[in-house]
Design a protein around this ligand. Structure first.
Ligand SMILES: [Mg+2]
Length: 179
């Protein structure tokens, strides 16, 4: 099977001391029920670049270790699919090298052409024929899951384990997407 993984909040955490809600608000915009993400203006990019400085993006070791174990048996193909924009390219590559993340995936895809994150991920998931995909962004998962009934989608969060629909599940640990 082909497995897809998001990067931020799955393997790399948000900066400590800054509420996650604030970070999410910088990125997400929902008007008239349509999912839309803001692509930052130049001054804002500077601010966001600072919050992406590797020092402020601690790795989620539990999940990285889990991937190290699971990629050893080579049973499935694992892909990293991140919607990080082009202005984060250098810091993203530094981060991935620093924590040895490239070696855990068959390939890694980034939104360096600055498309809308949900449209970018939907396109990659279809192109790679991903069977199971995990992300921390629930509105994004709901959008893609509704259009890809054959793929199973997993929302990684800290509280709930439940089914949201036929192909959308809430999980509290990465291992649950392999069951
Ligand atoms: Mg994320």
């Amino acid at each position: 099977m082909n497995f897809g993984f998001d990067l931020d909040k799955i393997f790399i955490d948000y900066p400590p001391f800054i509420p996650a809600r604030l970070i999410d608000r910088l990125y997400k915009q929902k008007s008239d029920g349509v999912l839309w993400y803001r692509i930052p203006s130049k001054p804002e990019r500077f601010l966001r670049l600072i919050t992406h400085y590797p020092l402020f993006r601690p790795p989620i070791f539990e999940n990285i270790r889990f991937m190290q174990q699971i990629s050893r048996d080579k049973k499935h193909k694992h892909y990293l699919i991140s919607s990080r924009f082009s202005f984060l390219r250098a810091t993203t590559e530094t981060l991935l090298k620093k924590y040895g993340l490239y070696s855990l995936f068959k390939d890694a895809f980034f939104n360096y052409k600055d498309k809308q994150p949900h449209l970018f991920k939907a396109a990659i998931i279809e192109k790679l024929n991903i069977h199971r995909y995990v992300d921390d962004d629930l509105p994004l998962l709901q959008f893609i899951a509704a259009r890809n009934p054959k793929t199973k989608f997993f929302w990684l969060n800290s509280e709930k384990n439940e089914a949201f629909g036929k192909n959308l599940f809430s999980i509290t640990h990465l291992s649950q997407m392999f069951l």
